[in-house]
Design a protein around this ligand. Structure first.
Ligand code: ADP
Length: 387
């Protein structure tokens, strides 16, 4: 069957009316970033952030219109908001918390009542967020290597790339192409090295991902949980976007997290970010499983001399001071970088190396913590930490 073209997609969408303007969604300028690859179609509907929740029927109508075209295998339409939301629009649809703390806790309860975690991720036993206070600290590299170490330990593991703005997991797992359909409306995750993976990078062109703003990011995130056939998983690792802003906070609310890991470099500035990361998860009652210090020290490959370039050990001290566990340290190492950047994570390619051993150790601790958090009473009670 001939593959569908972008023009055919736009023609199909020209029959869908925008209820607000009465024009077609194409004429109203709502459709952007159409990508068509081998019968898999992705596009964005740019809507006013204030209309977010009300636009869901329109999004579905657009998907259905394109699905009817011959040659279409899958359709993914995502609501996006070009303009940054005013105020705390991210909170729309799940409570009206204006401040932090209590407002968010209430928001979380409202959200839980509205969408049970089991509905979003029915076969997944535990979900672990990997977060960092800022970009470039090696959060994605750590997430990928931990996932690879878990897979090697026969843990059924998935990796959800929540970084809508700059998805890097497909490259790090050497995955490209598009997910196949697993059912009428469900995508099968991609997989490599025994890790199931879903990323917005599979669905839309990179430049499209970059324009996404505000609350509609949550729409894409929920689709990557709900509309993906994750199957039975012991652990789903969520690589959050770097930072501790409203987007990350809302993600921490929306994703049914069992616990969170904070990745940090040892520099003092980054440690401030650790504190922010910890308090972000505490605001939404997600237990902190611990802190990983990445690029912790440097071992000279020529002479074996170990140099603590950035006052190594800072993350351990910060973790102790804040009453959270220190999970381990990963050195600054050229091989970690080259393997990560070329899609061959060191935990897979050199499982007997000392670096892989560090990731294996962290992976084991996390599986233990996730298992005890999900057994018995379920989510651990939030702890009061003096700061
Ligand atoms: P983040 O997700 O925090 O933005 P990445 O995982 O993308 O960071 O890593 C940023 C860069 O640092 C990448 O080029 C990666 O290969 C490199 N990197 C990450 N961890 C290490 C490490 N322990 N040693 C050397 N390079 C690393």
């Amino acid at each position: 069957m001939a593959s569908v073209t972008k023009d055919q997609v736009l023609a199909a969408l020209a029959d869908v009316a925008d209820p607000d303007s009465g024009q077609s969604v194409v004429a109203a300028g709502l459709v952007s970033g159409v990508v068509v690859r081998d019968g898999n179609v992705g596009f964005a509907l740019e809507v006013d952030p204030d209309r977010g929740a009300a636009m869901e029927p329109l999004r579905k109508a657009c998907e259905s219109a394109v699905e009817r075209l011959p040659g279409v295998l899958s359709v993914t339409a995502v609501l996006t908001a070009e303009r940054p939301a005013q105020g705390r629009a991210q909170d729309q649809g799940h409570g009206h918390g204006h401040g932090h703390g209590q407002g968010h806790a209430q928001g979380r309860q409202a959200q839980a009542a509205q969408q049970q975690p089991s509905e979003l991720l029915p076969g997944v036993k535990s979900v672990i967020a990997v977060a960092s206070g800022k970009g470039g600290v090696g959060k994605s590299t750590t997430a990928v290597n931990i996932a690879a170490a878990m897979a090697a330990q026969q843990v059924r593991v998935g990796l959800l790339d929540c970084d809508i703005y700059g998805p890097s997991i497909p490259r790090m797992l050497n995955l490209s192409g598009q997910p196949e359909m697993a059912g009428e409306r469900t995508l099968r995750p991609m997989a490599n090295y025994g890790i199931k993976c879903m990323s917005i990078g599979f669905l839309v062109a990179e430049d499209t991902a970059m324009i996404w703003r505000g609350p509609m990011v949550m729409q894409a995130l929920e689709q990557m949980m709900r509309d993906v056939d994750w199957g039975a998983l012991d652990v789903l690792i969520c690589d959050l976007p770097p930072g501790t802003g409203d987007t990350q906070l809302t993600m921490a609310q929306r994703v049914p997290l069992t616990g969170a890991v904070i990745v940090s470099t040892p520099q003092d500035i980054a440690l401030l970010d650790v504190t922010r990361g910890i308090s972000m998860f505490q605001q939404v009652d997600v237990p902190i499983f611990g802190v990983v210090e990445n690029m912790s020290y440097y071992v000279c490959p020529a002479c074996g001399h170990r140099a603590d370039i950035f006052h190594h050990g800072g993350a351990r001290e910060t973790a102790q001071r804040l009453g959270v566990d220190f999970l381990g340290e990963i050195p600054l190492d050229l091989e970690i970088r080259t393997t990560s950047d070329s899609g061959r994570p060191i935990a897979v390619t050199r499982p007997d190396s000392p670096h892989a051993a560090s990731y294996q150790h962290i992976a084991r601790s996390l599986v233990d913590k996730a298992t005890s958090a999900t057994s018995g009473a379920g989510r651990a009670q939030p702890r009061i930490v003096m700061m």
